[in-house]
Design a binder for this molecule. Structure first.
Ligand code: SF4
Ligand code: SF4
Length: 252
């Protein structure tokens, strides 16, 4: 069984947000609620500050604090290493949102980040929170895939509706392989500079494993003990200072 993980090369990432847009379309996201966000910040002081950016999906932690606090076991981990939410079990208590150190979960009934309230413009049918003009291919509440129902929490699912159908034993979901392209997560598939890699972290020969090893892959806020399955690398190795949360440690 694979242990799916992602590698993001910060040197290649141009901050274009194509990943965010592809994810919005694939996962019926509300405007402003990005499962796959790109955070912008400035570094350095006047007169030479620099604009920086940092792509940040759910980390699909090996030890997910969101899962440990969930009273209904709605948040769970699949055998292939993906952290999902069973919308049929979620009671919307938001404990998981407080426990996640990465701020990557969304509650349906929060005030919309962007006006007008698009949920009023495209009203949802039945239990669904809205009726997107663009619709992803699946509605699978047990795996937190599809249009978010009312009163539940959601987050990045690593495009579980795609990756779970990949042939067993696949080391890397490489979008340049025509036989695998349909299983590749939307953000990985759309990334023009090919800054994203997706594969089996347990396979020492997968490209993700080799990148992590060769380029000293770094995990965000690793001191929390959550053990993310999303790694960051850069040309000189992420440990050379490209990941914001680790910079002060690595310069010492
Ligand atoms: S990043 Fe947050 S939401 Fe995602 S698995 Fe880790 S603790 Fe849970
Ligand atoms: S909001 Fe839902 S997923 Fe989060 S802790 Fe409560 S029941 Fe679990």
């Amino acid at each position: 069984m694979a242990k799916w993980g992602m590698v993001i090369d910060l040197e290649k990432c141009t901050g274009c947000q194509a990943c965010s847009t592809a994810c919005q379309m694939e996962n019926n996201r509300l405007p402003g609620e990005n499962y796959q966000d790109v955070l912008y910040y400035t570094e350095g002081k006047h007169p030479t500050p620099q604009l920086k950016w940092f792509p940040r999906p759910c980390m699909h932690c090996e030890e997910p604090s969101c899962m440990h606090v969930c009273p209904t076991k709605a948040t769970y981990k699949t055998e292939d290493g993906v952290v999902l939410i069973d919308w049929d079990k979620c009671i919307g208590c938001k404990y998981c949102m407080i426990a996640c150190p990465y701020g990557v979960r969304f509650y349906t009934d929060e005030k919309p980040l962007i006006e007008p309230n698009i949920k009023q413009v495209f009203k949802g049918d039945g239990d669904l929170s809205w009726n997107p003009p663009y619709k992803g291919p699946q509605q699978d509440p047990k795996h937190g895939v599809g249009i978010q129902p009312n009163g539940v929490v959601s987050k990045c699912n690593f495009c579980y509706h795609k990756i779970s159908k990949a042939p067993k034993g696949t080391a890397d979901l490489d979008e340049s392989n025509p036989e695998l392209v349909e299983y590749v997560p939307a953000c990985v598939r759309t990334c023009a500079p090919k800054a994203r890699y997706f594969g089996d972290l347990d396979n020492p020969n997968s490209q993700v494993s080799r990148l992590i090893s060769d380029k000293q892959g770094t995990r965000l806020l690793d001191h929390t003990g959550n053990k993310p399955q999303v790694y960051y690398v850069s040309g000189g190795g992420a440990a050379s200072g490209a990941v914001p949360g680790t910079r002060s440690n690595t310069k010492a």
